[in-house]
Design a binder for this molecule. Structure first.
Ligand code: AP5
Ligand code: ZN
Length: 217
């Protein structure tokens, strides 16, 4: 399957994407994780992305689209993928459409995770991620690691993301409403949007997502 996951910051996209990708046997492609991997390797792309991310703004389309395209062209993405955090505005959605068209493939669904603002703020405030692999995500109260400050998966140290400060979160939410939400209408026009609530336990949300995707078949 080829799926786009959309939803406000902190809705649980990364958390659900990891699980859904495993169940559906498709790679989880997160542009946020790709940028963070570049930041930790101190690449030129990482240096550029960090300044935008720390302010809560979108990284420019040109570099983001090139990075996403490069990742989608890897052999493991030939039979499907779950995009998390891309596209994030209408011009990225148009670029993705172009790419899919040249490869004669289509999206199967755009899964829209809906969560109220007070909940996403709580989720972001308690989030801790792994230094070794930013797809290993915990929450100090909702899904605490077995040992405080240590990743259950790989033993890496846990830290709070630089863009999880109150001020940056406010900007990220605004950017979501003004720039990312319009892609929901863009994809509604293509009949691809499936909206589910992101509230409830992580497992419940995964079940809800799988049922919604199953219903499309
Ligand atoms: P990105 O990394 O994509 O961040 P985001 O969209 O802001 O989303 P988050 O990672 O904050 O949240 P999430 O929805 O994945 O939630 P999570 O699963 O972690 O992007 C970061 C930045 O990179 C952007 O601001 C931008 O600068 C740049 N960028 C990325 N892509 C770009 C693009 N395409 N174009 C331009 N710039 C781009 O969950 C949150 C917390 O809640 C965790 O602690 C988790 O444990 C907990 N949790 C999850 N589910 C539940 C549940 N059901 N119940 C209780 N707690 C839960
Ligand atoms: Zn880890």
């Amino acid at each position: 399957m080829r799926i786009v996951l959309v939803g406000p910051p902190g809705a649980g996209k990364g958390t659900q994407a990891t699980r859904l990708a495993e169940k559906l046997r498709i790679p989880h492609i997160s542009t946020g994780d790709l940028f963070r991997a570049n930041i930790s390797r101190q690449t030129e792309l990482g240096k550029l992305a960090k300044s935008y991310m720390d302010a809560g703004n979108l990284v420019p389309d040109e570099v983001t689209i090139a990075m996403a395209k490069d990742r989608m062209e890897q052999p493991d993405a030939e039979c499907g993928f779950l995009l998390d955090g891309f596209p994030r505005n209408v011009s990225q959605a148009e670029a993705l459409d172009e790419l899919l068209k040249t490869e004669s493939i289509q999206l199967d669904a755009v899964l829209d995770l809906e969560a109220p603002e007070d909940e996403v703020v709580k989720r972001i405030a308690g989030r801790r991620i792994c230094r070794k692999d930013s797809s290993h995500v915990f929450h100090v109260s909702y899904s605490p690691p077995k040992k405080e400050g240590v990743c259950d998966v790989c033993g890496g140290g846990l830290y709070q993301r630089d863009d999880d400060t109150e001020e940056t979160v406010r900007t990220r939410l605004e950017v979501y409403h003004t720039q990312t939400e319009p892609i929901i209408d863009y994809y509604k026009a293509q009949g691809l949007v499936v909206t589910i609530s992101a509230l409830g336990a992580v497992d419940e949300v995964t079940e809800r997502a799988l049922e919604a995707l199953e219903a499309l078949k």
